[in-house]
Design a binder for this molecule. Sequence first.
Ligand code: SAH
Length: 423
Amino acid sequence: MRDSKVTTVPTNLHEDSSASAMTTVIVRPGESERLLAGHPWLYKGSVLRLTRPTADGELVQVKDHRQRFLGMGFYNSQSKISVRLLSNDRITADAPFFRDRLHSALALRKKHMPDATSFRLVNAESDFLSGLIVDKYEDTAVVQISSLGMDQRKGMIVEAIHAAIKPQRILERSDAAARRFEGLDASSGVLKEAQPTDLETLTLSPILNGLKFEVGWSAGHKTGMYLDQQTNYQCASQWAKGAQVLDCFSFLGGFALHAARAGAAHVHGIDQSEDAVAAASRNAKLNGLQDTCSFEAANVFDWLKAKTQTGPHEKVLPRFDLIILDPPSFTRNRDSVADALRGYKEIHLRALKLLKSKGILLTFCCSHHVDRNMFEGVILSAAYDAQRVLRRVATFSQSLDHPVIPTIPETEYLKGFAFEIAR
Ligand code: SAH
């Protein structure tokens, strides 16, 4: 008979004692390459087994089927993403960990956008903090949490934000639909404040490239406004001097105000939301640019159609030197890409008809499912139909406070081009 001691030898000889109290999630053979390349998501279907049961939200270590260590992250059995890796090293998800991550995130923004005072401080996967977004609007930080592991550590996250930027208030706006997939309900409100905040009347007041913007706490998109275009606003203004400018999907007037400040002859902004139009008009006034800006509440598709429809012997009169198209995403999933492309083609075709010779079309696509090549293809197809030849004069991505990690394709979503009418 065998010595009973033999049966007590661990089956996993590589398990180190420091991590023995922790659950290990073992990855199926052939499924660890993505993690090794730097992608932080371990899908449910890629999990072989857990060494022991663990509570949702707990920190776990991840190993391949040969027991090679791959990293550590938060586990959630309710999500399609079983583990969101935080690190390829051994970590403890404690207060110093979050302070360190926030410190690194801030250092990155200081390095690449040294003059920015409002910016995205944490951009989830791009900052190796899957499930956490933090936007800084001057003295207000707005947190958006979309994973259970992060949600359970909100207190530590708030303290880390405070240590990094010492804002007057830290607010939460976690109303993202993505929370449902993690078993979380919407959550918003004040997390920390130096003085009492009245959310009913609170206005976020970011300054972008020296221009003042205001957006009501409840009226904003995402955490307030789109900070991802900050660098592009500035770039776009190089073509605005003396120009007749059309800003389609103008929202708070980001492109419009930058063009007006750069010396545009006139800027007309169009947005279907009455609230957005009112806010953009207020923002123009706030910066003393009301005389060169006008905003109109209209559906861009209808507006462009009306301006480009002609009778049998009429021609469209090109009126603009610079047209900006920065629409919302036309598709949230792969299935509706064809419809989205039809939408993109339609607005490009009509915008090109309204552009003067040598005019500039500045166009953006924020849909993850429409990549740069597809997007450019649709613009060129519209140009063909409009009998225009385009010269590409610039390409754009999201501002550097929304870092792109190419091995995590989900981190890259905004692409844009500037095309000049060549003939
Ligand atoms: N260019 C803006 C961001 C645009 S966000 C910026 O830099 O901040 C998208 C905006 O498009 C929203 O304000 C929304 O109200 C508006 N919108 C969506 N569909 C529209 C449509 N069909 N016509 C006009 N505006 C539309």
